[in-house]
Ligand binder design. Structure first.
Ligand code: SFD
Ligand code: AMP
Length: 625
């Protein structure tokens, strides 16, 4: 019962929410600047920092390394790459800011003990132009250790699920949440808050809806907490329509990057045709981005989806062909044998480092990658500002790079005073991945410390508002307690809805109306409007969510957060009257790209006091020619 809960108050200066890549970067940087100013830094994670977030299982590559030190690339190269991949919709000031700091983050990772592959001459082994190969099973543990050493375990709160912001007008003054281990409600009071609670998964129905339910590419525990928190604070959001659909090895979501880039594999359809070759003329419809190299991720998806829609599946990653080619080039029989062994172990390690279930699936299906091709498929949509998606909060750029209307005082501060965002939580700065998220966390933390130093006064708190938040957040416990005996099956009750059923309803709406897997990623104004009506009913029913214990209470709020991410997404797809990323979603009523009217950011903002949404366009400024 919620009346049993103890309330714990924690007072701090900088509050970091999340314990993933961005948050760990923030912790390391903040501790350095905070010491200089005698400030306190506190970090709160819903899980245990050692293995929390997207990098829990490890990773097999660092996907952002610019190589400025070695003159491999320039910042301009990176900005152009990201601009093109996102079909022109990107904040170049933010991308450049991360890109100029990311290499130093990677060098720190190496110093902390992360094994980065090296060639005979001691140079990093690249997977592709921007990507480095790593032995990354323990990536997160290594990055977490540095964060823990920096701010001290006594300042880290693990297994506390953060729900909502504490606000004083347009200033964020803290956060509230609860422990998933003991009946404690937490009130964190702070002078600045840095949101780094990752992206959102399971907003859409996943491909596996029973047999492998829960398996997803991005982690299911990233549930839209960042988006909910920033929306509820009244922050302007950007690119909420830009979901990411990764192509992955089918059903277990193994990564494809190493196959396409390192092993130079092709993907072919069920008839043996190569969609990247056969469908090339389709790229003309998406000029200028149809002509850029590499072909943008969403257009690569699109060419493949066209094959699938015509019934030309399955699509296969031609692992056997790629390995065969490399082995054939190795030289004599002995060298070829050695090469084959090497490639075999690299292929398995690629999965074992970060997507263990794909290795299990290979074993279960007797797949020897040098002999048999493997199916790949477009996954369900994800919200992730750090990969080839872009959704997140609209944040200030850095003073020296940002055009005037992209700058309001502190790098990575949202439009809410004192509320900073990084990693998946900040939008329009795609392709930061694990390393760039860490670098962006550092950037945001340094700026947040500046904000605290410039604004040292005590913050005001309203006890009634905090009490109301507590009652609202713990309400599902009472909904359950009062009603569970009314039926023989606690999952079905006329008075309440359990989080799993609520999630199924959300996913069905999104799948059918907002362009999920079973709608072939297609939607329209009429579908989106109907989807919004249904989301509205769902929102009414969210008051009836019920939880028998703390874990279910967390799941209640995870699903409320997903629902808010869903609504921001639907509204923004509705607002953008064109199709810009056909391989992410296709608006069948506006099937073409419209450079004249829509080469802009589509932003949105929720006004919590009026319960109203506002949609707005923001201009795109190119800072690189
Ligand atoms: O290639 C709350 N990513 C890859 N990046 C790379 O650099 N190389 C790769 O090889 C990558 N690949 C990849 C990747 C991710 C995954 C899942 C796979 C493969 C299988 C992407 C990166 O991992 C990603 O860009 C960064 O991790 C993003 O960092 P950040 O900090 O924005 O998110 P996070 O690390 O998931 O951390 C989120 C944290 O928030 C906590 N949290 N805490 C309190 N209260 C709440 N309500 C909370 N909700 C969440 C989480 O516990 C976590 O600590 S490849 O295949 O694409
Ligand atoms: P992924 O495994 O798909 O996440 O890819 C890892 C990295 O390689 C990301 O930076 C992708 O954008 C990039 N990538 C994957 N496939 C391709 C491809 N076919 N062409 C160019 N870049 C790719």
């Amino acid at each position: 019962m919620k009346s049993n809960f103890e309330v714990k108050e924690v007072n701090t200066d900088l509050l970091i929410l999340g314990g993933g890549m961005a948050a760990c970067g923030a912790a390391v940087e903040a501790s350095y600047w905070a010491k200089k100013h005698g400030l306190k830094v506190t970090l709160v994670d819903k899980a245990a920092v050692d293995r929390s977030g997207a990098v829990a299982m490890g990773l097999s590559a660092i996907n952002q390394y610019v190589g400025l030190r070695d003159g491999q690339n320039t910042l301009e190269d990176y900005v152009k790459y990201v601009r093109n991949d996102l079909m022109g919709i990107t904040r170049e000031d933010l991308v450049a800011n991360i890109a100029r700091h990311v290499d130093s983050t990677v060098h720190l990772f190496e110093k902390w003990g992360l094994p980065i592959w090296k060639d005979e001459k001691g140079a990093y082994v690249h997977e592709g132009r921007w990507q480095l190969m790593i032995n990354g099973e323990s990536y997160k543990v290594i990055v977490a250790e540095a964060a823990k050493n920096a701010i001290g375990m006594e300042n880290i709160y693990e297994r506390i699920f953060i729900v909502a912001p504490i606000m004083d007008g347009n200033t964020c003054t803290g956060a509230v949440g609860f422990s998933v281990r003991e009946e404690t409600f937490y009130v964190f009071k702070a002078k600045a808050v840095l949101v780094a609670m990752g992206g959102a998964v399971h907003v859409f129905k996943p491909r596996s809806s029973g047999e492998g339910l829960g398996r997803a590419w991005y982690p299911p525990w990233n549930s839209g907490s960042s988006a909910y928190f920033t929306l509820k604070a009244g922050a302007e959001m950007t690119c909420q329509e830009v979901r990411f659909i990764p192509v992955r090895f089918k059903d277990a979501y193994g990564p494809v990057g190493a196959w396409f880039l390192l092993f130079k594999s092709r993907a072919t359809n069920g008839m043996g045709g190569d969609y990247m070759v056969e469908r090339k003329p389709e790229l003309e419809n998406w000029i200028p981005y149809g002509h850029v190299k590499p072909v943008p991720a969403n257009l690569r998806n699109w060419l493949m989806m066209l094959d699938v829609m015509e019934g030309k599946g399955p699509i296969y990653m031609r692992t056997e062909e790629a390995i065969g080619k490399i082995v054939a080039e190795a030289g004599d029989e002995k060298a070829a044998k050695k090469k084959l062994k090497e490639l075999e172990s690299e292929a398995w390690e690629d999965f074992l480092d970060m997507t263990i279930s794909q290795a299990i699936l290979w074993a279960a299906q007797n797949i020897a990658p040098d002999q048999i091709a493997s199916e790949i498929a477009a996954a369900e949509p994800y919200f992730i500002g750090s990969h080839s998606g872009a959704s997140g909060a609209w944040v200030s750029g850095p003073k020296d790079l940002a055009p005037d209307d992209y700058y309001w005082g502190y790098a990575n501060m949202s439009t809410v005073q004192g509320l900073f965002c990084a990693g998946d939580a900040s939008g329009a700065s795609s392709h930061k991945f694990s390393s760039g998220s860490h670098a962006e966390g550092r950037i945001a933390a340094k700026a947040a410390v500046d904000f605290i130093v410039d604004n040292p006064g005590e913050r005001k708190y309203d006890a009634k508002v905090l009490e109301d938040l507590k009652n609202e957040i713990l309400c599902p416990l009472d909904n359950y307690e009062t009603n569970y005996q009314k039926t023989s099956d606690p999952a079905i009750n006329p008075e309440y809805i359990i989080p799993k059923m609520f999630m199924f309803r959300l996913q069905k709406i999104m799948d059918e109306y907002a362009g999920g897997v079973s709608s072939q990623f297609k939607t329209s104004k009429a579908l989106l409007n109907r989807g919004l009506e249904l989301l509205n009913f769902l929102r009414e029913d969210s008051k009836k969510l019920a939880a028998p214990d703390l874990h279910e209470l967390m799941r209640c709020w995870e699903n409320v957060q997903r629902m808010w991410q869903a609504e921001a997404h639907v509204r923004t797809m509705l607002f953008r009257e064109e199709t810009r990323w056909p391989g992410y979603y296709f608006r069948s009523d506006t099937p073409k790209m419209d450079q004249e009217n829509w080469k802009v950011f589509a932003n949105c903002k929720y006004d919590p006091s009026a319960d109203k949404w506002e949609m707005m366009k923001r201009p795109i400024h190119q800072i690189v020619d």
